[in-house]
Design a protein around this ligand. Structure first.
Ligand SMILES: [Zn+2]
Length: 84
């Protein structure tokens, strides 16, 4: 058997970079306190996950839609920086 690619039905995922807690008023920090771990949801298929605990933070949006945002992970409390 040759090297097989996994089926393309798998959804793409990206992990964010974990950063120290930003100074107040220096960054746009999104803190989500509702149920579950997903902070924002769109209609795409990309999953953006916490760089520390891999909890899904944003589902269905591209990183380019989240420029210069800091997402606080509701699961582990780490701050994740979005990159484009
Ligand atoms: Zn986390």
């Amino acid at each position: 058997m040759s090297n097989k690619q996994r089926p393309s039905g798998k959804k793409p995922r990206v992990s964010l970079a974990v950063i120290p807690e930003p100074e107040p008023d220096t960054r746009s920090v999104l803190v989500y306190t509702g149920e579950g771990t997903v902070v924002m949801r769109g209609d795409g298929n990309l999953t953006i996950e916490c760089g520390n605990c891999k909890a899904p933070l944003v589902v269905g949006l591209n990183t380019s839609q989240l420029q210069n945002l800091v997402l606080k992970c509701p699961q582990c409390g780490e701050f994740n920086e979005t990159l484009d």
